[in-house]
Design a binder for this molecule. Sequence first.
Ligand code: 6PG
Length: 244
Amino acid sequence: MESTVRIFRSPYELAEKFAEEMVQMIKDSADKNIPMSVALSGGSTPELLFSVLGDHFSKAAPWEYVNFFWGDERCVPPVSPDSNFGMAFRLLFKKIKIPKGNIHRIYGEHDPAIEALRYSDLISRYVNSRNGVPLFDLVLLGLGEDGHTASIFPGRLDLFHSEKICEVSLHPVSHQKRITITGPVINNSENVRFLVTGSNKAEVIKKIMGKEKNALNFPATFVVPLNGRLQWLLDSNAGSLLLD
Ligand code: 6PG
């Protein structure tokens, strides 16, 4: 596993640089005439990325070569301000030319347990696999101050290590139900990119990067792709305690 930490001067610089790299990954897939599977995340930094892609790169990529999925979704309707799909639709999908059939949202409005099964089946049908586990070309992840990622929260490492493709989880504070892909799926990916900005993330970043003992409570700590490339893209605030 190859792991890299990259620190950018600002959230915008991070989003712009990664948007360029993501577009290049899509072009490379198109050159090989191979569709690319991407699992999107919610969160403020992915939100900035979608905005940059939608506003400045909408015509830069052959989007028809991408199948978009979600690494997690809140159990709310797509019109809810909480919806990860809704956010990506408003900021990106409304602005690009992509077949509707390439966008595979999680039905947050459906029964969570049933939807987790449906989405697991959909992923297993549409996404390549390696050793019987779905193999995403790219998984985007955010990081919570508590060390959660996707919608796997501290205290629920059983969900991270689940053999299922998707699980239903519960936000520990809001008690909002979520659907999330699991750790084996994340760790089977070709490329995993954490997009993390803000000084409120500096402490949790320091603990994870410093392999501190209590980082073992953080689901994000266990994102260690077996064969893929892991990159942590941080802005200077989120990485500020790494620079000491
Ligand atoms: C979600 C995300 C979640 C998010 C982190 C960080 O659905 O909210 O999947 O994992 O990325 O909570 O969010 P912020 O970047 O907004 O702090």
